[in-house]
Design a protein around this ligand. Structure first.
Ligand code: NA7
Length: 443
């Protein structure tokens, strides 16, 4: 029987049939939503990817006193994609509606062929979300952390350089300066340099100028491509490398990238170390990072007072590549854990449990650890101020998957976590904290 033969109208009596049940009489009705929560979520999600306004789910109380958690203009970096008063019909609209202009879409139905086109372009196009503003650093460069004061560091008399004043670089340079090291800095966006110069750093105009000026230069930029650009690019590091120079890669990179850089530096007679860092903004500012180091042993020794200033521990792991591999192994564990935390918190919320109760219970179990508790709190607060950019975690998971490919090591959970982070990034949360992965889990 083709569907053409039977055209049902609202109110028609019908026999209903489900496998395993006897037929029963029924009437055709308009589908209706019994779960207003689902409808709200759909509208919120649509608003989110339309990127027109900010998501303002003002923690309104639901039945049972439960609060909604995604928010909100809680004053933090919630500059992300968002929206509030979207007066569309309840429920998730078909895909074609998402890519059309909203004023038109509510007025008239889209013809089949154009809706198909719109659906295809909707699949191919990235959702038009606003790029969240880069979060302000808000770093006090002058006041030494208690931890740093207790370390009693004897600073090396060598000249040190630092390339990259992002979240991690800023914290590390602060501690290098406050422990008495001579530091020359460079950053792609020059505005960020000013505060460091006021705090006692010297400024250089290009990465090669930093190398020329310094005995040992650290680099900490966003990803392997940026790390290579700094070394091999115009006015780059290689230009000034010679037998008196040391170069330390702190960007979280894969071992191939690290080995490429190591080879280029040593071909010009320089010494090379990879020093990968575990920790995020707070640990960088407090000087409590864990530093994983591999490469030239004498350079490791020359960097001792610097590693003391920026970290609570430094581990020497032998030949180049070992530190980046170790770092990716740890990042894999953290990324999968965070994706699991976000999913659990979303499930709790959907099930009508208070997320703060979940965290209180969790605190009494073996899962009680600072990382989980802090990220759980960030999820509850909902602003996702950046301690570790989500896009860097996704980059690390991608690098881990590549490593797994090369070694033929299956990483199914990492692959899923990577997709979840990738989706959160696509929704516009790449520059927010890694805990914003909850946004993806929630919808
Ligand atoms: P941030 O806060 O995102 O900072 C990234 C830094 O990298 C920042 O100084 C950027 O300069 C710089 N950057 C990015 N791309 C380039 C290119 N192409 N050339 C030069 N400089 C660049 O990252 P974090 O400090 O949190 O993390 C740094 C690393 O540590 C990363 O690998 C993490 O996984 C671990 P900008 O200020 O934007 O001009």
């Amino acid at each position: 029987m083709s569907s053409e033969q039977f055209k049902f109208r609202i109110g028609d009596p019908v026999w209903a049939k489900m496998k395993g049940f006897s037929p029963w009489p029924g009437v055709v009705v308009m589908p209706h939503r019994t779960n207003s929560r689902v409808a709200d979520d759909d509208a919120e999600f649509d608003a989110l990817i339309s990127g027109k306004q900010s998501v303002k789910k003002s923690a309104k109380k639901e039945a049972g006193g439960r609060k909604r958690n995604i928010s909100e203009d809680s004053g933090s970096t919630a500059s992300g994609p968002s929206s509030s008063t979207n007066k569309k019909p309840r429920g998730r609209p078909p895909l074609k509606q998402k890519v059309d202009d909203s004023s038109e879409r509510d007025a008239s139905p889209v013809p089949y062929s154009s809706s198909k086109k719109a659906a295809v372009s909707g699949l191919l196009d990235r959702p038009s979300v606003l790029r969240p503003a880069s979060p302000a650093l808000g770093i006090d460069l002058v006041t030494s952390s208690q931890t740093l004061r207790e370390k009693d560091i004897q600073p090396s008399k060598l000249n040190f350089g630092f390339l990259g004043l992002g979240i991690m670089g800023s914290g590390m340079v602060k501690n290098l300066l406050n422990s008495g090291h001579q530091v020359t800095v460079w950053n792609r966006t020059t505005d960020k340099v000013k505060d460091f110069v006021e705090a006692g750093a010297k400024e250089a105009l290009t990465p090669s100028d930093v190398i020329a000026e310094c005995d040992i230069t650290f680099s900490c930029v966003s990803d392997p491509q940026a790390a290579k650009d700094l070394v091999f690019g115009n006015c780059g590091v290689l230009q000034e490398i010679n037998t008196t120079k040391g170069y330390v890669e702190m960007t979280s990179v894969d071992s191939d990238t690290s080995q490429d850089i190591a080879e280029a530096i040593s071909l010009k007679g320089g010494r090379y170390l990879e020093a990968q860092i575990q920790g995020s903004k707070c640990q960088a500012q407090d000087g409590t990072l864990v530093v994983l180091v591999a490469g030239d042993r004498s350079l490791f020794d020359d960097c001792q007072s610097c590693f003391q200033a920026i970290g609570k521990n430094s581990f020497y792991l032998g030949e180049v590549g070992n530190a980046s591999k170790m770092n990716l192994v740890l990042q894999t564990m953290i990324g999968v854990t965070l994706a699991g935390l976000a999913e659990g918190m979303a499930l709790a919320d959907r099930a009508g449990l208070q997320q703060k109760d979940v965290m209180e219970v969790l605190e009494l179990t073996g899962l009680n650890c600072p990382a989980i508790l802090q990220k759980g709190k960030a999820i509850i607060d909902g602003g996702f101020p950046t301690h570790q950019p989500l896009q860097h975690m996704q980059k690390d998971l991608k690098l881990s998957l590549n490593m797994g490919d090369q070694l033929e090591q299956p990483l199914p959970l990492t692959a899923s976590a990577n997709e979840v982070f990738k989706h959160a990034k696509r929704l516009g949360y790449g520059e927010h904290d890694v805990s914003a992965v909850y946004i993806r889990a929630r919808f």
